[in-house]
Ligand binder design. Structure first.
Ligand SMILES: [Zn+2]
Length: 371
């Protein structure tokens, strides 16, 4: 059990490690990649406390790495008294464009003899490449490489975020969903959104993508391509949903997931929740604002709505025509209201409400996560 300070381009993160390096399963959990999503930080802080007790009792079986706040660059971004997360001040989303290392690993593997092209060699080469990337480029690029290096070779990655105002929800791939079913149950997550490629290289997807390329190469040789990292993004409600009760129950649910995975011995203490709506990213409707104005939300988080329902009203104080001053914000498809914009003054075109519909409601859309 250690807590180490890791220098990244002059800033530091605190990395909590449990279990022996190389023990399986290896589980990596990080919070607040978007810097202001700190319900994640408090849940992981609780988890660290529970793991310290488990460690003292000799109950840690796997290797567990926990970073309660993984973004020291974004944590310092106070502008005119407001904290700005999500994007670095040079305009880049902290959770996009993580390095794709699969091809580079395969190139280096090809330089070895066929009998040396093993999963262990992949773990070594990948860590070496990512380590070299932590020493070049802009601070955000070094941070991203360092986080990937910490997580490299994990069996399971849980990237913990929060939305603006939201219910619990979870993003993962079709392949990884069976692994995270237990996590969703322990949290009683109402909405699960599946996508194999949700955006431009977010943290939870780049590991699986690298292993897909590497395994395709290994399958041509003698090594059995069995290993693949399963990653998910767990959204712990909204930005302001930070209180001691939620942090404690979230920490317990994460610990129970680690028990389920065999990384910690012991019994599970949280109840299993109801079956979630499991849908696809293509079936998520983003309802946008037609105009600038003050948004009045009409549907609470978690509400079920139908096609054509009014989910919000907008008051445009700059519209002289009294008949046009109020506008209704109407859904195209039905589903569960799982996220809403948190500020009430909004501009035209902004995402006001997000609704998770059934898979059949996707209407042939090709959806991507918002930047
Ligand atoms: Zn986020």
């Amino acid at each position: 059990m250690t807590a180490e300070w890791m220098n990244i381009a002059g800033d530091g993160i605190v990395v909590h490690r449990f279990g022996l390096p190389g023990a399986r399963p290896k589980i990596y959990l990080q919070g607040a990649l978007h810097a202001d999503e700190v319900s994640a930080t408090m849940a992981l802080a609780e988890l660290v406390g529970l793991l310290e007790k488990a460690d003292a009792a000799g109950e840690v079986r796997g290797e567990i790495v926990v970073v309660p706040h993984c973004n020291p660059l974004g944590a310092k971004q106070f502008v005119l008294g407001r904290h700005l997360g999500r994007f670095s001040l040079d305009g880049r989303n902290f959770n996009r464009a993580f390095p794709q290392v699969g091809e580079r690993v395969v190139e280096e593997l090809k330089l070895l003899g066929p009998d040396r092209q093993t999963t262990n060699e992949v773990l070594y080469i990948g860590a070496k490449i990512l380590g070299s990337l932590t020493r070049v480029g802009a601070p955000i690029e070094r941070l991203q490489a360092a986080l990937m290096e910490l997580a490299w070779g994990s069996d399971v990655i849980v990237d913990v975020h929060a939305d603006m105002e939201a219910t619990l929800h979870l993003y993962t791939s079709e392949k990884a969903w069976p692994v995270f079913q237990h996590l969703a149950q322990r949290f009683d997550v109402p909405v699960v959104i599946l996508a194999d490629k949700s955006a431009d290289s977010p943290f939870d997807e780049v590991h699986g993508e690298a292993w897909d390329l590497i395994n395709a190469h290994l399958a041509e040789g003698t090594e059995q391509p069995g290993f693949r990292t399963a990653g998910c993004t767990l959204e712990l409600r909204g930005l302001s949903d930070v209180n001691p009760e939620l942090a404690a129950s979230d920490g317990q649910a994460l610990r129970d997931f680690l028990v389920q995975l065999g990384a910690v011995a012991g019994t599970r203490e949280t109840a299993v929740g109801a079956a979630p709506l499991v849908t696809k990213l293509d079936a998520v409707e983003v309802v946008r604002s037609p105009t600038i104005g003050v948004v009045i939300h009409l549907k609470p988080l978690g509400a079920k709505v139908g096609a054509g329902d009014v989910v919000a009203r907008l008051y445009d104080p700059f519209e002289p025509d009294p008949h046009a001053r109020w506008q209704e914000v109407v859904t195209e498809t039905g589903g569960i209201v799982f996220a809403r914009w948190h500020q009430r003054m909004i501009q035209a075109g902004m995402a006001v409400v997000k609704i998770a519909g059934s898979v059949e409601s996707s209407l042939g859309r090709r959806a991507r996560l918002l930047d």
